[in-house]
Ligand binder design. Structure first.
Ligand code: MET
Length: 515
């Protein structure tokens, strides 16, 4: 039992902090790209189904696990799950809920630091007068830790450290004094910025300010359903993966935040408020900025090409250039708003990633909040350095795959089994409903007990052995070759290992020496 008696300042603050935890870079950079790659408008169908039968149940499970653990003075998953399951093993499984956060923070904060730096560059007008190539090469130089345009050596490293200092400082201010305050400022601003950019995304006119196509072209492209993809398991896996990522379930952050909710307070309605707020930001705002604006200027073919490389290129190489087409002042405002909204989205999520570790140190070792917060910053700095220094070697993607994708599914699966089958669904149901301000539909008792665990198992197995090119038809007819993205192949042949092998391959070194 710890002396950690912190709690949330207000209900609005709690909901905004939880929504801030969920709303992140994933809503603006990952969701639109996933939608384009997986059937456009048709993607929304598996996505919403996954939200209803995996997302919502997991939100209720994690919120109630957290509040339950908090009643016994536990604020990190090892000890929260320990209060629920009798076996010693649970405690060790719970370590996932601290570790995943630290590992995700290590690459997530790096990305967050780019947004901070790009806010400054938008204000300074760095992108004015540069052509598309120029803006793109600015980014490439930035992530190669090349010459800095601000005159700061190792600019990317400097901003990374700044960003971590900011996170650490806010975390050291405590839950209501730091995290909650930032969410109360950051979330409304993010929504205002997002609305402004979405308005621009909706009103692009061909021929105006250098645009080639009307907004409708991009919006239609994104939302025209391609039903041929609807039954592809790969699309369903992508939809499930996006739901985990965007809601921040399977991580341990929701448990930790919820463990500071007073035991008589509602969680059923709070969980829905934060979850649906995230969906609004993702499906409405997230889909109305990156893709429609890019297509308005570059056309479908080019954007489709760029999307293959993920959302980062579009966000950091393409949009800052397009904003300059709107004139110096409006361009700077748009840049500040875009990277500012990404920054708020990012920091309200990364702060959440720090809290489980801090709660753990406070509960188990009686650490004070401040040193605990600083130790988080230091660990993330050390762990994140490889992503900063070896970005081009795929380290960043490797962290994203293992910590930001696989771990979430594994932990979500295990905690659902714990909640519904070990702790027991009847007790679990009582937990969800205790103090509830809404009537939770009874069907969810059945969904949580049977549907969610089965689907999670399916997602896990599906990711373990994804067939080549996601062609399940061929695989099921006996021609089973594993895709590079399957967990098994990733273990055998990670891109990092491949790159390192190439880097040390004598033939390649010889070639390099010759040139
Ligand atoms: N939910 C946040 C986002 O969408 C954080 C995800 S970390 C796996 O970015």
């Amino acid at each position: 039992m710890s002396a950690n008696k912190e709690s949330w300042g207000s209900r609005v603050g709690l909901i905004l902090a939880m929504a801030g935890n969920a709303v992140g870079l994933g809503n603006f950079l990952r969701f639109p790209v996933q939608a384009v790659q997986n059937g456009g408008g048709a993607f929304i169908i598996p996505y919403l189904v996954c939200f209803l039968v995996m997302g919502i149940p997991l939100l209720w499970i994690e919120w109630s696990m957290g509040r339950f653990g908090g009643r016994f003075g536990n604020h990190s998953t090892p000890y929260i799950v320990d209060t629920m399951g009798k076996h010693r093993l649970w405690k060790y499984i719970g370590v996932f809920g601290i570790w995943t956060n630290i590992a995700v923070a290590a690459y997530y904060c790096y990305l967050e630091s780019w947004t901070l730096s790009y806010v400054f560059h938008s204000i300074l007008g760095t992108f004015n007068g540069l052509d598309q190539e120029g803006v793109a090469s600015f980014f490439d130089t930035y992530v190669s830790i090349g010459d800095s345009t601000l005159g700061i050596p190792y600019e990317a490293v400097v901003f990374y450290i700044l960003c971590l200092l900011l996170n650490t400082w806010i975390l050291s201010k405590g839950l209501s004094g730091g995290v909650e305050r930032v969410a109360k400022i950051g979330m409304p601003l993010l929504i205002v910025f997002g609305m402004f950019l979405a308005y621009k995304g909706f009103t692009i006119k061909a021929g105006e300010a250098g645009a080639s196509f009307d907004s409708a072209v991009g919006l239609n492209f994104l939302w025209t359903p391609d039903y041929t993809q609807l039954w592809s398991p790969t699309v369903w896996l992508a939809a499930a993966g996006q739901i985990f990522f965007t809601l921040s379930v399977g991580m341990g952050t929701i448990h930790c935040y919820a463990s500071y909710v007073r035991s008589k307070d509602d969680i059923a309605l709070n969980a829905m408020s934060a979850g649906w707020m995230n969906e609004f930001v993702e499906v409405v705002l997230g889909a109305s900025i990156l893709i429609p604006i890019s297509i308005g200027y570059l056309g479908i073919d080019r954007v489709q090409e760029l999307v293959q490389q993920g959302g980062l290129g579009l966000a950091f190489k393409t949009l800052p250039f397009l904003f300059t087409q709107w004139g110096e002042v409006l361009g700077a405002i748009a840049g500040v708003m875009w990277f500012g909204l990404l920054f708020f989205a990012g920091i309200t999520s990364s702060l959440a990633m720090g809290t489980p570790w801090i709660g753990f140190l406070q509960d188990e070792f009686n650490w004070k909040r401040k040193p605990a917060a600083w130790s988080f910053g230091l660990i993330v700095l050390i762990l994140g350095m490889p992503t900063v220094l070896f970005f081009h070697y795929g380290v960043f993607d490797e962290y994203d795959y293992w910590a930001g994708t696989v771990s979430l599914v594994v932990f979500a699966l295990v905690e659902t089994i714990l909640f519904a089958w070990v702790f027991g669904m009847d007790r679990g149901w009582r937990e969800i409903n205790s103090g509830a301000d809404i009537k939770v539909p009874d069907i969810y008792k059945f969904i949580i007990k049977f549907v969610t665990p089965v689907l999670l198992l399916w997602v896990f197995i599906g990711s373990l052995v994804t067939p080549k090119g996601g062609d399940w038809g061929k695989a099921l007819s006996g021609d089973w070759v594993l895709d590079d993205s399957s967990i098994i192949n990733k273990i055998k042949n990670s891109s990092l290992k491949r790159q390192l092998a190439e880097a040390t391959d004598p033939a390649i070194i010889e070639q390099l020496q010759e040139t």
